[in-house]
Design a binder for this molecule. Structure first.
Ligand code: ADP
Ligand code: MG
Length: 582
């Protein structure tokens, strides 16, 4: 058995700094957090060569006294907590007292600081003292980090590409710029400047606009003594990735995939599959119900009752997005407000209350659309165009078709571009559901049964659901390896194999998930509706277009296809006038 060694301090420091300083962005993150904790309202970040040759962060915060500079670089030296109990109520971003020590162990670090009078500077390389002297500088602190990882060749070898690391730096500063809109950040990476238009009077919404350009969003809030939620959502600017989703707990940016998933679930049926709404979720939680000391870089937080939080965000958003809303060419400024910001009634009184109930429920109190938000964000709806209720179907005039997939209509107030496949899907879906309530979908017999090969699992799923598939207008006969289709729903025009695969996939899923509510069987109905509908390339005539309008008019949710895609894109005349300067 080899002997056990107590590692020398140098090795210990090297190991622990690996947890905190993973890549150049970690240095930026720790320095920015220190600047925020020092109460700065201006923070300048610079990086060269992806942060490997130079990073500096300058702030106008409280600064440090000359004598405190060496202490700040010691491990576990902090001014933010004194004893263990302080951790549970900590308001500052830092409290572990190890960031500066970790950074200076793997770099050449210079720090200049002043509390207003004479200041000082300190210089260490790889943790070794090089210099500490009086130095005159303005109130605040500048930390300069050079030669990052010069003494950590392994770490250097595992770094990502410079482009990736620059992206990480941008992301981390952006997160703080979103969580602290009152702080003016500037960022320069090599010769590129970011965030030049920030102002101290920005609020979160304005920051989101300045950083990402998202303008027309919805806002929700729930504020209680022990926990709260504020959320900006931009579903009409949906994206194919989750990169536009941010979560903050007590103004600390954190990652929590389960939480964001819960939030996204609320958009089911509202957004096309695989699309993600930009989301900016700001949670507040009283010290006792979260634990921030679970991750060295504090990127994760433990919730005492995570489900209550997940459920809160789901319910809040679901209330809004299960409703039928159209996708419309944005600038809301041109449009009359169509809805209201929504507020969430008081339901949660204490965390134990939440735990008792298991969930947080939200009642359907009317929204208070004129209320002013404390951050100054007006709660007056910047919503999108007409809801289904105020589309004037009778005034639709057919103009023509375009690109083999769109129909164009005009009404006195707007031009409407309709995706005719989505429209037909919606109509067929509602028709089938209506028919299935009392009977079965009419089927058309095939002269020669059609043989489709499916996997044993798919065949089993179909066999076990013969009566349901019969109701859908399908007559199927299963052999050992194939299914013979003897009749199809009348009007079926799609690919039989694909439809059978889709239906059996829904049935298999339904079985796995104990589909009592029949939600997954609904997937089968959607699949049939899809395969009965016009497709891109079909040659629709004027009477087909007019029939679509007449039938959509009767639908309960005419503006979304059953999978959640928008049926129509609307450009108000006012918008056309303004773009074309009429
Ligand atoms: P922590 O932030 O967890 O306390 P750090 O190693 O990041 O630990 O910093 C150690 C201490 O140095 C802080 O507690 C703070 O007192 C001081 N300090 C660090 N950066 C700054 C700054 N930019 N302005 C003022 N004080 C700072
Ligand atoms: Mg710190």
């Amino acid at each position: 058995m080899p002997r056990i060694n107590v590692l020398p301090e140098e090795v210990r420091n090297y190991i622990s700094c690996g947890e905190v300083i993973e890549s150049p962005y970690s240095v930026v993150k720790e320095l920015v957090e220190n600047a925020l904790d020092a109460g700065a309202d201006r923070i300048e970040v610079r990086a060269l060569d992806a942060g490997l040759s130079f990073i500096s962060v300058t702030d106008n915060g409280t600064g440090m006294a000359f004598e405190d500079l060496p202490l700040a670089l010691e491990p576990f030296a902090t001014s933010k907590i004194k004893q263990k109990d302080d951790i549970s109520s900590v308001k500052s971003m830092g409290f572990r007292g190890e960031a500066l020590a970790s950074v200076c162990n793997v770099s050449a670090l210079k720090m200049f600081s002043s509390t207003g009078g004479d200041g000082g500077m300190i210089y260490r390389e790889g943790g070794r003292d090089i210099d500490h002297r009086k130095f005159s500088c303005p109130k605040g602190t500048t930390v300069e980090v050079r030669k990052l990882f010069f003494n950590a060749p392994v770490r250097k070898r595992f770094l990502k590409s410079p482009k990736y690391m620059n992206g990480e730096i941008l992301r981390v500063v952006r997160e703080y710029a979103l969580s602290r809109p009152e702080v003016v950040f500037s960022l320069r990476i090599d010769d590129k400047n970011y965030f030049e238009n920030f102002s101290p009077s920005d609020d979160e919404k304005e920051r989101v606009r300045k950083i990402f350009g998202f303008e027309n969003g919805d806002y929700a809030e729930l504020v209680k003594p022990l926990m709260g939620l504020r959320c900006f959502a931009f579903p009409d600017d949906y994206k194919s990735s989750r990169r536009w989703q941010f979560l903050f707990v007590n103004r600390r940016p954190i990652t929590n995939a389960a939480f964001l998933k819960a939030a996204e679930n609320a958009f089911e049926g509202y957004l096309p599959r695989g699309k993600h709404p930009p989301l900016f979720i700001y949670l507040t939680a009283a010290g006792g119900i979260i634990d921030v000391n679970v991750h060295p870089a504090k990127r994760e937080i433990r919730f005492q009752s995570p489900r209550a939080f997940y459920q809160m965000v789901y319910e809040v958003l679901r209330k809004k997005y299960s409703k039928n809303k159209p996708a419309v060419y944005p600038p809301a400024a041109d449009l009359p407000p169509a809805g209201g910001f929504f507020t969430i009634p008081d339901q949660i009184s204490s965390p134990s209350d939440m735990q008792d109930k298991g969930f947080v429920s939200v009642s359907s109190a009317p929204s208070d659309s004129e209320k002013k938000h404390p951050s100054g964000v007006s709660e007056k709806a910047p919503l999108f165009s007409p809801s289904a209720a105020n589309v004037h179907w009778d005034s639709f005039r057919y103009v023509g078709k375009s690109h083999a997939k769109f129909l164009i209509f005009s009404t006195p107030a707007a031009l409407h571009i309709m995706d005719f496949h989505a429209a037909a899907e919606r109509i067929n879906y509602e028709k089938i559901n209506k028919i299935m309530k009392n009977g079965k979908v009419t089927s058309q017999k095939l002269l020669v049964p059609l043989k489709v090969r499916l996997s044993p699992e798919e065949l089993d799923a179909l066999k076990e659901n013969v009566s349901s598939t019969e109701k859908l207008g399908l007559t199927l006969e299963c052999s050992r390896r194939s299914v013979f289709v003897k009749a199809l729903p009348a009007g079926f025009s799609g690919n039989e194999k694909q439809m059978l695969e889709e239906i059996s996939a829904c049935l298999i899923e339904g079985k796995k998930n104990d589909d009592v509510a029949g939600e997954l069987f609904d997937g089968a109905v959607k699949s049939i509706a899809c395969h009965m509908s016009f497709r891109a390339g079909d040659d629709l005539k004027r009477h087909d277009a007019e029939a679509l309008i007449n039938e959509l008019k009767e639908c309960s949710e005419p503006l979304r296809c059953p999978h959640g895609r928008p049926v129509m894109f609307t450009i108000p005349v006012a918008r056309m006038d303004s773009v074309l300067r009429r």
